[in-house]
Design a protein around this ligand. Structure first.
Ligand code: PXP
Length: 242
């Protein structure tokens, strides 16, 4: 099975919000990424609305033909906003106002009672649910018990390893967690901090169906254009499973 690429376009909205204007248009970026071969588009609707706005989600849902995945905090407030916008997927992530980007996975063992309710509400609205978690077996088992449709493993620890460090222990954690999640019937995704340089070992994990990549693709697109940046990443993840 070939691996899918979800492109996170938050940074396009970050640039627009720098001037509180209309350019660059994240909806145009979503369409360009889709045209270049992205299998899905991801945005993070943060409580502080620092980049993506509700209107972006509404318009993206209207124009995209690939699935739209919206990351958000597991709060009733966000849910009330998001459910009427009908994204195909919601990925629940931890969120604090101080962070520059998502820090670590959601502790779904700690939050299980709260999440059970949120997941039920999303399911009733026909929205599939993914949980962004660290590659820990107790977290995976809880995702199974909560009947999540998918888990997205946080690859941030792997991506942040110093260049000289041996990544094999962290890769083993990701492989073991992926195996278990797949055995429990969930789709397996991975993301955070992935780049052209470090993506291959993650793309090689057989159970990982999709990668969510934002910063490195949008950063590179400033230099080489979005279509080329998406195509380069598609090339980097294709064929690594031999
Ligand atoms: N997956 C999740 C859950 C995220 O929060 C993010 C960052 O918004 C990503 C993937 C993409 O990470 P990066 O921008 O480092 O590629």
């Amino acid at each position: 099975m070939s691996i899918r690429l979800g492109v996170n376009i938050d940074h396009v909205a970050t640039l627009r919000q720098a001037r509180l204007g209309h350019e660059p248009e994240p909806v145009a970026a979503g369409l360009l990424a889709q045209g270049a071969g992205a299998h899905g588009i991801t945005v993070h609707l943060r409580a502080d609305r620092r980049h993506i706005q509700e209107r972006d989600v509404r318009l993206l849902k209207e124009v995209l033909t690939v699935p739209l995945n919206v990351e958000c905090a597991a709060t009733q407030e966000t849910l009330a906003t998001l459910v009427p916008l009908r994204p195909d997927w919601v990925t629940l992530v931890p969120e604090t106002r101080e962070e520059l980007t998502t820090q670590g996975g959601l502790d779904i063992v700690f939050m299980q009672a709260h999440l059970r309710q949120i997941i039920r509400e999303l399911r009733v609205s026909d929205i599939r649910v993914s949980l962004f978690i660290d590659p820990q077996l107790d977290q995976v088992k809880m995702a199974g018990r909560l009947e999540a449709d998918a888990v997205e493993f946080n690859t941030g620890v792997y991506a942040d390893l110093p260049r000289q460090a041996d990544p094999s222990a962290e890769l083993e954690r990701l492989r073991d967690a992926s195996k278990l999640a797949s055995r429990l019937g969930m789709r397996v995704l991975a993301g955070h901090g992935l780049t052209l340089q470090n993506v291959a070992p993650i793309a090689a994990i057989p159970e990982v169906e999709e990668l969510n990549i934002g910063h490195s693709i949008i950063g590179r697109s400033v230099l080489v254009g979005l279509e080329r940046a998406v195509q380069e990443m598609l090339h980097a993840i294709a064929g690594v499973r031999g």
